[in-house]
Structures are given as structure tokens and as C-alpha cells.
Design a protein around this ligand. Structure first.
Ligand code: ADP
Length: 390
């Protein structure tokens, strides 16, 4: 149904374009004619106007006749693989012959394998229709590149499947715990144990839901609403403070060293959350009592680099490419034990992208990791102490 509407729209749009062009061309023609003397390459005929409009169209257009000769095609049709060496693609021709027979519009989806290995395939959707209802010798094919749409749809399906799977684990655990709790009602020790586990699982689930909501907001197309000048030192301090209980429990000292006066434009709560996620990970993936450091410096005069460094377990080269994916964890059991959701770094990646920044990772298993958030510097404020020295 959707495709039929699209087809109707494309048809209507094409017809409207021709009508508008027809109307406009009359006027344009007169103006163009006047200027002809001035320019050698002027557009002077209706045929030229139509040729340019069709050649420049983002939709691939091919008109083919009953003996498979191509009457007209534009460069986008060649780019989308509909025409190759002046021949209509075999699958396209197969559908076109059906249209010649039935005089009824058809649809066609072409999957063009990527030329480079690892690159995504190109998905081309075509409307194939009689060119004219009164002359059945020609068929027109309109082709659009729908690769991006197909990729987004696949990512959406993937996301829904991931989320359902991830939510099933705590829900399953909670239902088992409730069962165990009701069976152990006369054992206070067991009741305490099961209810604590129940609390942990429900907290994990609520954290996951909160993070999923913020991820979906970050991935939305709308610009961030609360962009304001922010002091980086204040952001880092707030992020570290948020982790004070965790670091205390692990006996880990978080050392902060920020160059003062660095200002970026951003959303405070998102940037604090991003830095805080990195600090939480640095603590969670480090042995007890090893130090973690957070630094912020200006680089290349226009960038702020916030670095979170730990001397923890590190990340293998193969996993370094994957840790920013939603729900990816190098070690599921360890992530679970720390209450991890596998969403922390995906959030960091999106927050940074929404602030036109970059996220970098250096890591070596057994040595530790450094995550660097780079953000565009809004300004470098002069420091009062420095002014006094001057
Ligand atoms: P999680 O909730 O599992 O911590 P994240 O998205 O924050 O999810 O991180 C994804 C995975 O990346 C983690 O499960 C862990 O395997 C790895 N990771 C993240 N930060 C570190 C770090 N500082 N040191 C070692 N591994 C890390």
C-alpha cells in the first residue's frame, strides 16, 4: 500500500514537474531568448530544459522501448546500476516486459552488491510504468536509492530485538527471585538475601530503561535544546563527584587535573553523564586501590581534550572497535556484576557526536585504558590569577 502511494506520488510529482516546467518554460523561453546573444551556452529550447531537468534529477529515469532500446536515461540511472553499457539491467527488463504485456504499473527492488568488501549493498527501488496510456510502445522506470532507509530499518529491528533480549534477563531473574522469596518466608536470612538481589535486578532494569530513553533522545534528529556555555572544570568535578561512593567502595582514588577556564557550548547534564560514564567504567574495570585520573587540557588552540585514564584490565584491539556499540560487553559476567547495562559507552559516543566532538580510545590489556573526549572549544577565558601576575 505504502509503495503504491509512493508510486502515485512519484507519478504525480513527475506530472506536476512537467506541467510546471511547461508553464514556466514559456516565460523562461522569452527571457532566455533575450539573453541569447550574451551567452553561447544558454538554455534556449524546451528540449534543453527537459534534458537538464532529467539529467540533474536525483531519481534515476530510464525510458525503454519494446525492443529493449534505451530511448532516454539519466546519469542517476547509470549510477544506480539500472543501465549498464547502454543496456537496461536484466531484472529491470524482465519487469518492463511484464508492463508491456499488462500495461500495468509494477515495482522492483534491486540489490546491488558493494564493489568494496565490507561496504553495504545498494538497495534500489523502482517504479516501472507505461510511459503513456495511449501509446504502449514505451515503458518508464523511476529508480530511487533506498539504501539508507533500508539500513535504518535494519538498525531499528536490530535495536528492538536487542532491547527485548536485554530486558528479558532481569525480568526472568526477578520472577525467579519472587518465587524463591515466597518459598523462604520463614527464613529471615534467605528473605534478606533474595530481597537484596531483587532490589539489584530492579535497579539494573530501571537504569537500563533510563539509559535507553536517553539514547533514543540522543539518536533523534532534533538539535539538543539546552546548549549553553559550560565550564569544563565544573563538568569534570560534577562527573567525578557522582562517582564518589563507587570509588570509595573500590578504594580507588580519582585524581582530577583540569586546565582552568576552558569553556565549551553544550548540554550540561549530557556532558556530565558522558564523563561520569567513563569514570564509572574506569573504576569498575580496574582492580581495587589502583588510581584513576581525569584531565582536561586545551589542544590545537580550538579543542578541549578530556581524558579518563585507568590502570585496569584494558580492552583487546578487536574489542576496541566494538565497545561503543549498544549492549556490547567484553565480559558479560563482569559487566553484570558491576550493574552494567552495555549502554554507557554508546551514550558517550552519541553525546559527543551531538556536541560535534570526537571520542578516542587507547587501551592495552593488562595495562589500562584512556578514553578521550574531544570537544570544540568555545573560548579560553583569562584566569584572574594569571591576570594578576601579568
Ligand atoms: P557496561 O555497562 O557493560 O560497562 P559500557 O557501554 O559502559 O557498558 O562499556 C561496554 C564494555 O566496554 C564493557 O562491558 C567493558 O567490557 C568495556 N569497557 C568499558 N570501559 C572499560 C575500561 N575502562 N576498561 C576496560 N574495559 C572497559
Amino acid at each position: 500500500m505504502f509503495n503504491v502511494i509512493i508510486a502515485a506520488l512519484i507519478g504525480a510529482a513527475a506530472m506536476a514537474a512537467v506541467l510546471i516546467l511547461g508553464g514556466v518554460v514559456g516565460g523562461v523561453y522569452q527571457k532566455v531568448k533575450k539573453r541569447r546573444a550574451d551567452a553561447d551556452n544558454s538554455v534556449t529550447t524546451m528540449a534543453q530544459v527537459l534534458h537538464l531537468a532529467i539529467q540533474g534529477s536525483p531519481t534515476g529515469v530510464v525510458v525503454v522501448d519494446i525492443s529493449r532500446d534505451i530511448i532516454l536515461s539519466n546519469s542517476q540511472a547509470h549510477k544506480l546500476g539500472l543501465v549498464y553499457e547502454r543496456r537496461l539491467n536484466d531484472v529491470g527488463w524482465e519487469v518492463a516486459t511484464k508492463v508491456f504485456d499488462t500495461q500495468e504499473e509494477q515495482e522492483l527492488t534491486l540489490v546491488l552488491p558493494a564493489r568494496r568488501s565490507g561496504a553495504p549493498d545498494t538497495i534500489v527501488r523502482c517504479q516501472v510504468a507505461p510511459l503513456s496510456l495511449v501509446d504502449n510502445r514505451f515503458v518508464v522506470l523511476y529508480a530511487t536509492d533506498e539504501s539508507e532507509l533500508a539500513r535504518m530499518e535494519a538498525a531499528r529491528r536490530d535495536f528492538v530485538a536487542n532491547v527485548s533480549h536485554e530486558l528479558k534477563t532481569p525480568v526472568g531473574a526477578m520472577s525467579l527471585l519472587v518465587e524463591a522469596l515466597s518459598e523462604a518466608s520463614d527464613d529471615p536470612g534467605a528473605v534478606k538475601h533474595f530481597s537484596e538481589s531483587l532490589q539489584r535486578e530492579s535497579k539494573r532494569m530501571s537504569t537500563m530503561i533510563t539509559e535507553l530513553i536517553s539514547l533514543s533522545k540522543l539518536q533523534g534528529a532534533e538539535p539538543l535544546p539546552d546548549m549553553e556555555p559550560l565550564d569544563i572544570e565544573e563538568i569534570v568535578t560534577a562527573a567525578v563527584r557522582r562517582n564518589s561512593m563507587l570509588s570509595e567502595q573500590a578504594g580507588i582514588e580519582v585524581n582530577v587535573d583540569c586546565q582552568p577556564g576552558l569553556v565549551v557550548k553544550g548540554d550540561r547534564s549530557l556532558l556530565v553523564a558522558a564523563v561520569s560514564n567513563l569514570v564509572t567504567n574506569a573504576i569498575n574495570y580496574s582492580p581495587e586501590a589502583t588510581p584513576v585520573s581525569v584531565t582536561a587540557v586545551m589542544e590545537d588552540n580550538d579543542t578541549v581534550a578530556i581524558r579518563v585514564t585507568d590502570r585496569g584490565i584494558g580492552i583487546s584491539v578487536a574489542n576496541q572497535k566494538r565497545v561503543f556499540e549498544r549492549f556490547f560487553r567484553a565480559d558479560k559476567a563482569r559487566s553484570r556484576a558491576t550493574g552494567g547495562t552495555g549502554l554507557g559507552l554508546a551514550i558517550v559516543k552519541h553525546v559527543v557526536a551531538n556536541h560535534k566532538g570526537a571520542i578516542k580510545l587507547w587501551s592495552r590489556p593488562g595495562t589500562g585504558s584512556t578514553f578521550t573526549i574531544e570537544l570544540p572549544l568555545l573560548e579560553k577565558q583569562d584566569q584572574p590569577s594569571k591576570k594578576a601576575e601579568d
